[in-house]
Design a protein around this ligand. Structure first.
Ligand SMILES: [Zn+2]
Length: 642
């Protein structure tokens, strides 16, 4: 029996045992922008985004031998694409450093402090001397072709379930450009994001199910946010997820924008790899191996000149060429399922799209296809021209003469790779949860020392001062909150909140009830936000005096909410010295007055009556009394006036 017997079930039906069966393993590379004023190696402002630009720079890609005398896979691929790269430059956000016309400035100190703090939180061994390196980036997203990067710590861990997830390393590096468009042979970038400080946290491939990958990503996200020193919002945190299955290859899915999308994406990638391994088995069964693989290409432009299939007809009418690649012995294999609703033909079409830049789809047709493409008599003519039998599969690609040639070569290359297994490549996350080819994985030798910058000593004093400011890790907080009886839905948001420190003071030093404090810090803010109020003014400084009134029994929990709302609305609080709880007489008078108001409302349901009267009294007394202490009196009043 084949070791690839297992068949992937629909996403919702896959169990932990199923993932164990296919040997699912996954790790994360989390890129997180740091909240600094400046970029990492120049003094341009960070985080100022705009689509406006003052100038454009045009660049062409050229492959050069690496320091080790080899061509990098990505470099070769990018060269084949013959792309023109355009950089848009805004004078406010970019200087000559980013364009490689000025040497780097010293590293931004604030960025380094933040990175060291986060490295401490993830239990990493910190380096005592930072060495700046250049990491090759040949996809065009960095004009210089390299990114400056440095490793801050190695070999850490975070707790998860009953085990530890390894943190391989944490790097501090520069962000790349934002892509604007990529059409045909032209790709355009905005440069405002370029050079902003970013940390890259690399986990070990310790996650065993797609859900675990999302869980760990979520923990890491909340952990860094708990420092208050990272950027939030669209694009501020980006995940690369790597996935492998037993007998497979580590494949990276790049730039996953939202954590909830991770489970389906990793499931689809595991399925793709598994099905590619099954495809290899099938090919072996047919006697097709890397050694026996055969493919030939013929120009079929003349044969298809009169086709009624419009995508080809239009192209040939415009003077483009069509090539046919015959894949010997591949009959029906382009229909081999790879992902949900995705077949092997997509792997080929993706390559043609990215490498030959034939971006207009469809860019291939093939003889395994059940849908209407070129006519059967045309297929017959093509089949004759390339001397194909019914065991073979034909793939037709069209485009400019050079692109059609590159396309045909890529078709043969990708088909041959199916006899080897799973190509090493990076893939991009697609909206439907599947993924598509992005580029060939760069070689491992992408790093070399940067001679522009001296090493940076990390002193014990510096570490000590950072250590004092680093928050208690979220997992430590969460278990303490649970012991205190903090409501379950408040535990996680509070642990990652910047107000977690205030909670400590309230509970430990002021003896405020943990439930009251946590609910106010998390739920009340949420409620005010829902009302459309800006809760940013509700920082520690604003909240302290309000909680002091609560601690001294001058206001109730409702009073805390009322005063928080006033602050959020930008209204002044009454002079704090004059605030006192409502007296017995005041409460008595207010219940009487509100009962009179209630009668005019004509409410018949008795329960509803109590509720409304309570609301009237509480809002009139503005939180100067605990609702629980007057509920009996209100109930009596409501019933008495029936
Ligand atoms: Zn700059």
């Amino acid at each position: 029996m084949s070791e690839y017997q297992f068949n992937f079930k629909p996403f919702a039906e896959m169990t932990e045992a199923d993932y164990a069966e296919v040997g699912f393993r996954s790790g994360l590379e989390i890129h997180q922008q740091l909240l600094t004023e400046k970029k990492l190696f120049c003094r341009c402002p960070a985080g100022r985004y705009s689509d406006k630009y003052d100038a454009e720079i045009l660049r062409h890609m050229r492959p050069t031998l690496s320091e080790l005398g080899e061509y990098d896979g990505t470099a070769l691929m990018e060269f084949k694409t013959k792309k023109e790269i355009i950089y848009r430059i805004n004078r406010e956000t970019v200087c000559t450093y980013e364009m490689d016309d000025t040497p780097p400035f010293m590293m931004d100190e604030a960025a380094l402090d933040i990175a060291l703090g986060i490295a401490m939180l993830t239990n990493l061994n910190l380096v005592d001397e930072l060495h700046i390196a250049r990491k090759q980036y040949l996809d065009g997203s960095i004009p210089t072709g390299f990114q400056r990067t440095t490793i801050v710590g190695v070999n850490g861990w975070i707790p998860y379930k009953d085990r530890r997830i390894g943190i391989v390393q944490l790097g501090l590096e520069e962000d790349a450009c934002r892509e604007v468009s990529d059409v045909g042979h032209r790709r355009t970038y905005l440069t405002d994001r370029l050079g902003m400080p970013l940390i890259e946290t690399v986990t070990a491939p310790d996650m065993r199910t797609p859900q675990e990958v999302a869980d760990v990503a979520q923990i890491c996200r909340r952990l860094v946010r708990s420092t208050g020193n990272v950027r939030t919002g669209i694009g501020a945190a980006r995940e690369d997820v790597n996935v492998s299955v037993r007998g497979g290859t580590r494949v990276e899915i790049k730039g996953v924008p939202r954590i909830p999308r991770i489970p389906l994406l990793t499931y689809c990638e595991a399925m793709r790899q598994w099905n590619l391994l099954r495809l290899r088995e099938e090919l072996r069964g047919r006697g097709i191996t890397p050694e026996t693989f055969k493919a030939e290409t013929e120009d079929v432009t003349r044969l298809l000149q009169k086709t009624s299939y419009l995508p080809v007809r239009d192209a040939l009418d415009a003077g483009l060429a069509a090539n046919c690649v015959v894949l010997r012995g591949f009959h029906d294999l382009l229909n081999w399922q790879t992902q949900t609703n995705t077949r092997f033909s997509r792997e080929i079409s993706d390559r043609v799209r990215v490498v030959a830049c034939l971006t207009k789809l469809p860019n291939i047709v093939h003889s395994d296809s059940s849908s209407e493409t070129i006519s059967s008599s045309e297929w017959l003519a093509v089949r004759k021209a390339v001397k194909a039998t019914m065991d073979d599969t034909l793939v037709v690609v069209w485009g400019g003469r050079e692109d059609a040639k590159t396309g045909a070569q890529e078709i043969a290359i990708r088909a041959r790779e199916a006899t080897i297994g799973i190509p090493s490549e990076t893939r991009q996350a697609l909206r439907d949860g599947t993924n598509g080819f992005e580029r060939i994985l760069p070689g491992p030798d992408r790093m070399y020392p940067d001679t522009d910058l001296p090493p940076i000593k990390v002193t014990e004093e510096r570490l000590e001062s950072i250590r004092r400011r680093v928050p208690v890790p979220i997992w430590t907080r969460e278990s303490w909150y649970k012991e205190l009886g903090v409501p379950a839905d408040v535990v996680e948001p509070l642990a990652a909140s910047r107000l977690a420190g205030l909670f400590d003071v309230l509970v430990k030093d002021w003896n405020v009830s943990p439930v009251a404090a946590s609910v106010a810090l998390v739920q009340f803010r949420k409620r005010l936000k829902k009302k459309g109020l800006d809760v940013r003014p509700l920082d520690e400084g604003a909240l302290r005096p309000i909680f002091a009134l609560f601690r001294d029994h001058k206001i109730s929990r409702e009073g805390v909410l009322a005063f928080m709302e006033k602050t959020a609305r930008g209204e002044a609080l009454p002079p704090l010295g004059e605030i006192r709880p409502a007296s017995e007489t005041e409460v008595y008078a207010q219940v009487a007055a509100s009962s009179a108001a209630l009668r005019s409302l004509k409410i018949h349901n008795p329960d509803r009556k109590v509720h409304v009267l309570m609301g009237l009294v509480m809002s009139a007394l503005r939180g100067r009394v605990e609702g629980a202490s007057i509920v009996e009196r209100v109930r009596a009043a409501a019933e008495e006036k029936c």
